[in-house]
Write a protein that binds this ligand. Sequence first.
Ligand SMILES: [Mn+2]
Length: 315
Amino acid sequence: MKKSFRDIKKLIRSSKTAIIASHVDPDGDTLGSMVAMAMLLEQKGLKVTMFSYDGVPETYHFLPRVDRIISRVPETEFDILVTVDCSDLSRIGDVQIKAKKIINIDHHPDNTRFGDINCIKKVSSVAEQIFELARLFKVKITKSIAIALYVAIITDTGNFRYSDTLTSTFKAAEELLKAGANPWKLSTLVYDTKTIPGMKILAKALQRMKLSKDKKILWSTITARMVTMTGATQEDMVGIIDYLRSVKGPEVAFFMREENEKVKVNFRSKGSVNVSLIAQELGGGGHSQASGCVLDGTVASVQKRVLGVVRSRVK
Ligand SMILES: [Mn+2]
């Protein structure tokens, strides 16, 4: 870790331009880490571009500088490409970014170490790593940086609940509060943003919950037709899996929804089952307790296969 930080420092000192890329289907961690990293590099005198293949979900429009994030790759070559929260280079999207060097900052255990510098650490969020970088580089943690990193941490730890929430996470949070992040305001902005169509699709998902005979697997599905009927957006459905996870008893929960002739599947584990292995078997990835994959077809056509893979991992 320390060595990769030193390598980053050296590389930044000799660079003039940087592009930072988030992962597709961006979450709070990748976006918050990206804008914080941009501000950090700007303090170091670099000209910074921010790229998100799938743009910025409305929930995160309040984050500082997200209006500068672009979704089309510029032709020019950059000195550095910094990827944040991407376990593989393909996670930045179906694009080619021209850069002399790649800095890969991530906390996914299945990271493929595709960078020239790989900064991979099992911490709560990439935001924690950016926070450490900022301290090491003696960059001032401005209120904007604090807001971005705080939001990244709370979204990736489920408000300091998940297993990678460590003392270092709270220490970082303490410093971010001191620098001006307001927990009440920020959690309201992130979580109290439900829409009526979103609540309706959630009701449908909850109604359709199914429990396996051995009571170890809980799942639900939403078809494209239900999405159209309720008027829900894809963003409205992001948190549904967490309701399934919150049910007492089952070891694994999963949620499937149709989107553009594909099926998006989210997996959550509450016990010893490593759901990243389940997702990997289906061409996806993630963490041991939260993972996902995208399959071709409809819910009806892939359900059996997904359930089969889950069953084989839940003993
Ligand atoms: Mn993350």
